[in-house]
Design a protein around this ligand. Structure first.
Ligand SMILES: Cc1cc2nc3c(=O)[nH]c(=O)nc-3n(C[C@H](O)[C@H](O)[C@H](O)COP(=O)(O)OP(=O)(O)OC[C@H]3O[C@@H](n4cnc5c(N)ncnc54)[C@H](O)[C@@H]3O)c2cc1C
Length: 347
């Protein structure tokens, strides 16, 4: 019925682009402008809407790392760091190509500042169903004095905030963070990081890929100094600290520090980090490519090298509340969610 009375529905159905970049909601909103009031009333007769449910796929749970540390077994609140996933809407739906579509969960948790979601009344908050798990393959070393090196790109910083908070709460070994973000504006937790750097509890080496307004860690003053640095990726920051990286990867029995290394971010972040690590090793000690591979493999086999996105992760199965915005408008945001213990489960 809608197909016959709406050009847009017809165009979408006839399109070669499949799946069409857009949501059912986008399509229905456009069809609403074309269909007559009577037709719309018949199509969306509240007593016969089962056809609509058939069109809506069941949502799978989304997973997010918990971005803060709490000594409580079941904390009342948790922080999440959510990067908004966006895509260009199909030109059939948005001929102007000015509007971006958002991922279901990240667009909800970290809505576009221009989105109508932001206008929701905080009083409309509803509980959400979550599950919590603690993956064993992405954990801090048991011995607090063991140094750690964290490599993060974009929202990959999420689990590391809980790491540095946990380590700062105790006397720990060196904590080194290599971070790749687009620009200074997108550097999250800057004040918290600077504070820890001043206290000697964190060393930050940052790479901005689209910003010359750089920051450089100064080990003698324990400060992050402003410095003009050519835009670069995380591998450049790693190569700059070749000696430190080499010592961390080398096992203690071979004269190294035997540090724990963690990489968190997209596949391309992982590849860039690994490229940086290998290059750092050749530059530092003139090791061959295969020797560098072997040293990295040893770190993996000793479970000192870990990949992933998780320290403790939560699985959001229903995302209804609009959580509290905690930082400036950005496509990477931090949120505090209040947990209702009756909705928690552990596995
Ligand atoms: C262990 C683990 C931990 C994680 N931790 C974090 C974390 O701490 N922080 C974080 O930000 N992320 C984290 N993630 C990623 C997170 O789980 C989600 O995958 C991410 O937020 C995207 O979910 P979404 O619902 O927003 O996107 P989805 O709606 O699932 O969409 C997936 C992709 O498709 C695109 N898309 C959606 N609909 C369409 C459409 N109609 N047409 C074309 N393209 C479309 C979206 O832009 C997105 O890029 C983690 C993942 C794992 C596995």
């Amino acid at each position: 019925m809608l197909q016959r009375s709406s050009d847009i529905v017809e165009k979408v159905l006839a399109s070669d682009e499949w799946p069409v970049r857009g949501s059912l909601g986008d399509l229905l909103l456009l069809a609403l402008t074309e269909a007559t009031h009577m037709l719309w009333g018949t199509a969306f007769d509240l007593s016969h809407l089962s056809w609509l449910l058939d069109l809506i796929p069941v949502e799978v749970p989304r997973t997010y790392s918990i971005s803060n540390f709490s000594s409580e077994l079941l904390p009342r609140t948790i922080d999440l760091t959510v990067g908004r996933s966006t895509f260009n809407l199909s030109s059939i739906i948005d001929p102007s190509q000015n509007t971006k579509g958002n991922g279901v969960s990240s667009g909800f948790l970290n809505p576009d500042p221009l989105s109508s979601l932001l206008n929701h009344d905080a009083g409309e908050m509803e509980p959400m169903l979550i599950g919590i798990s603690k993956p064993l393959n992405f954990q801090l070393p048991v011995t607090h004095s063991t140094p750690i090196v964290m490599f993060a790109g974009g929202s990959g910083i999420a689990p590391f905030r809980s790491f540095w908070q946990a380590r700062a709460a105790q006397t720990s070994g060196r904590n080194i963070l290599f971070l790749g973000v687009q620009s200074r504006e997108k550097l999250l937790y800057e004040e918290e990081i600077r504070d820890l750097v001043r206290q000697g509890k964190l060393e930050l080496h940052v790479a901005f890929s689209r910003d010359r307004n750089g920051l450089q860690y100064n080990p003698s003053t324990k400060r992050m100094d402003q410095k003009s640095i050519e835009p670069r990726f995380i591998d450049a920051a790693i190569i700059e600290q070749a000696r430190t990286v080499y010592d961390m990867i080398m096992p203690k029995r071979s004269g190294g520090h035997g540090g724990y290394l963690y990489v968190c971010g997209s596949v391309s972040v992982y590849e860039t980090v690994m490229h940086g690590i290998r290059k750092a090793m050749y530059n530092c000690r003139n090791v061959t490519k295969s020797q560098a591979e072997e040293l990295v493999s040893i770190a993996f086999s000793e479970r000192r090298f870990m990949l992933g996105k998780c320290s403790i992760i939560i699985h959001l199965t229903s995302v209804s509340p609009i959580p509290q915005r905690r930082s400036r408008p950005n496509d990477l945001q931090t949120y505090s969610c209040r947990l209702n213990r009756s909705h928690q489960s552990r596995n």
